[in-house]
Ligand binder design. Structure first.
Ligand code: E4P
Length: 217
């Protein structure tokens, strides 16, 4: 399973990248706004800055909702760097645009996916990634990981090549459950990634080894 970091914060991107486990980055308009990135030029520069830190797929989201607008915006984003993946919302015009991008050699990430039916449409249109939002599904009282299992099952039996990118991850446990459920990628903030490191027995064991090591010096 690939690891993407879900942030537009350059320090956190660098920190995860320095661990040597990062395969890519996802952003969205809310994450860009959180970092105070304002204006078209600043947004474009920020994507290039991210591409210069991480050698992997970097999702950049369109804000147009009509076919022509999505295509024009996506072309500009894709021209920024070969690693840019155009992130397109799961709406009718978005599906049409994903098909256009696929036919024209531009990678896409179909976002805001909350059902197996939507995941089938994204795959049919040729999206490189489909992003089911598991945390938001959990927030509404459903089980987001179950959706990952269902999509994984469908893609396997149908031979769809689209990669399942588990998004909206809230915890280290989400990452583990998504790995079990067959996600190809998980994208999450830095905290859940660092959460994977934690186990009290590791801390206790290390303290003891370091204590005993003093006796050998
Ligand atoms: C990433 O591609 C998604 O935009 C992101 O994971 C959404 O996360 P959230 O539900 O925490 O906003």
């Amino acid at each position: 399973m690939k690891f993407f970091i879900d942030t537009a914060n350059l320090d956190q991107i660098k920190e995860a990248n320095d661990m040597g486990i990062l395969d890519g980055v996802t952003t969205n308009p809310s994450l860009m706004a959180k970092e105070g990135i304002k204006g078209q030029d600043a947004i474009m520069k920020h994507y290039v800055d991210i591409c210069e830190i991480v050698n992997g797929d970097i999702s950049a989201e369109v804000i147009s909702t009509d076919f022509n607008g999505i295509v024009e915006e996506g072309k500009k984003l894709a021209a920024l760097h070969p690693n840019i993946v155009v992130k397109v919302p799961m709406i009718k015009e978005g599906v049409k645009a994903i098909k256009w991008f696929t036919d024209n050699g531009i990678k896409t990430n179909c976002t805001l996916v909350f059902s197996a039916g939507q995941a089938i449409l994204a795959a049919k249109a040729g999206a490189k990634y489909v992003s089911p939002f598991i945390g938001r599904i959990d927030d509404s009282g459903w089980d987001g990981v179950q959706l990952i299992e269902q999509i994984s099952h469908i893609y396997n039996i149908q031979g769809f090549k689209t990669e399942i990118l588990a998004a909206s991850i809230r915890s280290a446990n989400h990452i583990i459950r998504c790995a079990e459920a067959g996600a190809d990628v998980c994208t999450c903030p830095l905290e859940p990634i660092l959460g994977l490191l934690k186990h009290p027995l590791t801390d206790i064991g290390l303290a003891k080894f370091l204590e005993d090591a003093k006796k050998t010096q």
